[in-house]
Ligand binder design. Sequence first.
Ligand code: AMP
Length: 282
Amino acid sequence: MQIINSAKDMQRYSDALRQQNKRVAVVPTMGYLHEGHLSLVRIAREHADTVIVTIFVNPTQFGPNEDYKSYPRDWDRDVKLVTSSGADCIYAPEPVEMYPEGYQTSVRVDKLTQHLCGIVRPTHFEGVTTVVTKLFNATKPHVAVFGEKDFQQLQVIRRMVRDLDMDIEIIGAPIVREPDGLAMSSRNKYLSAEERKAAQVLSRALFEIRDMCAQGEHDALKLSQHVWQNISTEPLAKIDYIKICDLETLEDVTRIRRNAVVALAVFFGKTRLIDNIILKTA
Ligand code: AMP
């Protein structure tokens, strides 16, 4: 397992692979890895000769009152997991390598970032698109894999890559869930035993309306009310948003015509969890 900490070394590593006509994939992560991340590595492996996993808790995508400092980290465990997942290289720069003194550039996607999580986290996606651009420039991938768990992030990155003519194939990977349905997330670690149990309500509510939609209920208001009522029965859940939107524009829809996404963010105590599911009409 190759571990690289600087952008220059990372570029050299990738240049050498490209010269040998090897296909390079990258899987960007913030570490504290779980099966969801590892599924991305396996998908990346199907599309490339060499898989680079980046591990970087990016300070600029956290708001001032968010959990940057307390975000879970476990370097040794992550290295073991990446090694056993079959990836070839970890790129793990320090914040000062990414944002040295004098740093002043950012990448912003406009409209897509103004919906869903962008409303309560107004600076989040600019932090994401900027860091992902830097990670792409360092790792020089042909292909990059992102999870549908962060559906808005995936669409924002697709838009950025299209708009900026980045020559990188973006692959979306399905959400990996715990046996009880909870979407895997590094932040699940924050949940108390009661909150963890209560959080099951999210996937239950999403699965229910996926089935309702498949059986012919296409009224988005009725469907979102159903999720809202379902989640409201759980006293530990505090809803941030529940939205049914167009897959590409992320604008609210009133009727499901072909497909749409229902996306939600819900607090359990201080922990904000996000989840989503694609609704299909048939
Ligand atoms: P994170 O470390 O949370 O920033 O996530 C890194 C990547 O893993 C992102 O592309 C996420 O969408 C993806 N990811 C996180 N959790 C899951 C999951 N449960 N299933 C699939 N992908 C995930």
